[in-house]
Ligand binder design. Structure first.
Ligand SMILES: [Zn+2]
Length: 277
């Protein structure tokens, strides 16, 4: 990033310039393969108040698409638990998504990529998947967020950038400019702090309820009941905190396909969302 860009961002102006020199004022699809412009993931430009935009779902009227998203959670203070044998990864889930040929978006914490670099690299280099940013530390940026440790919002930008650095170091070459807040917790201050990174905040409209669930059928049913065209489903890619997710996916995928749904990545929904808020 140039000094000029940093200054412009600090002033709250030309925020889209950060990391995306000619980002559009609203969402647009990445340039087509025939375009001379380099391919760039679609984003939602910050609003006039300088707040990062929040994406929750795609268009409801452009076909039956749905994006499964998986948060690869690991909190910065959980290293000793991993050393003691706790599994924060879920290789079987990734294998199932590959076997069923389900495109998906993984929101990965930098700490997770540090712990599982080979898995991060394998996911990050597989065109079936896209990897996005779930912070480095998985600390919340609001006061009260499901008991997560918290960071002052002043540390948001550095933590997001630290995550991108960790992802690159693990071998994820093109992490997407999408950020999911730890715990999904944000406020205006957090959105203001996120804007200079150029990332779009990505939430969801369907909660799978897979966190600490023990009944895969209940998780699957909740997803099947909630999905509408353009939906974004939040699930987890961490065995210890979401032990039945892979089993639920084996039900969810064929059932949604039987209903005519097609699985896409978050970038495809954002690209299809021109003018949508
Ligand atoms: Zn998370």
């Amino acid at each position: 990033m140039t000094a000029l860009c940093a200054l412009a961002c600090a002033a709250g102006a030309a925020l889209t310039a950060c990391g995306a020199p000619d980002a559009p004022p609203a969402a647009r699809p990445a340039p087509s393969a025939t375009s001379a412009a380099p391919s760039r993931p679609p984003t939602l430009a910050p609003g006039p108040s300088g707040l990062a935009r929040v994406f929750e779902h795609g268009p409801r009227t452009q076909g039956k698409t749905v994006a499964l998203t998986f948060d690869a959670d690991m909190t910065a203070d959980e290293g000793p638990r991993a050393e003691a044998g706790e599994h924060f990864d879920n290789p079987q889930l990734i294998a199932t998504l590959r076997r069923l040929k389900v495109p998906a978006t993984l929101f990965m914490t930098g700490r997770w990529a540090d712990e599982y670099p080979q898995e991060a690299r394998s996911i990050g280099r597989d065109p079936l998947f896209e990897v996005a940013n779930h912070s480095y530390s998985h600390y919340a940026f609001t006061g009260s967020c499901y008991g997560l440790p918290t960071f002052s919002v002043d540390r948001l930008r550095a933590d997001v950038e630290r995550a991108y650095t960790a992802l690159r170091k693990a071998g994820v070459p093109n992490a997407m400019p999408y950020f999911r807040f730890p715990g999904g917790c944000y406020d205006r201050k957090a959105l203001k702090a996120l804007a200079p990174t150029g990332a779009t905040a990505v939430q969801w409209d369907v909660v799978s309820g897979d966190a600490f669930a023990t009944d895969a059928d209940a998780v699957a049913q909740q997803v099947l009941d909630g999905v509408r065209p353009g939906s974004v489903v939040v699930m987890h890619c961490t065995r210890s905190a979401a032990p039945v997710t892979e089993q639920a996916v084996r039900t969810i995928v064929p059932e949604l396909r039987a209903k005519g749904f097609r699985f896409v990545k978050v970038s495809q929904l954002i690209g299809a969302t021109s003018g949508h808020r």
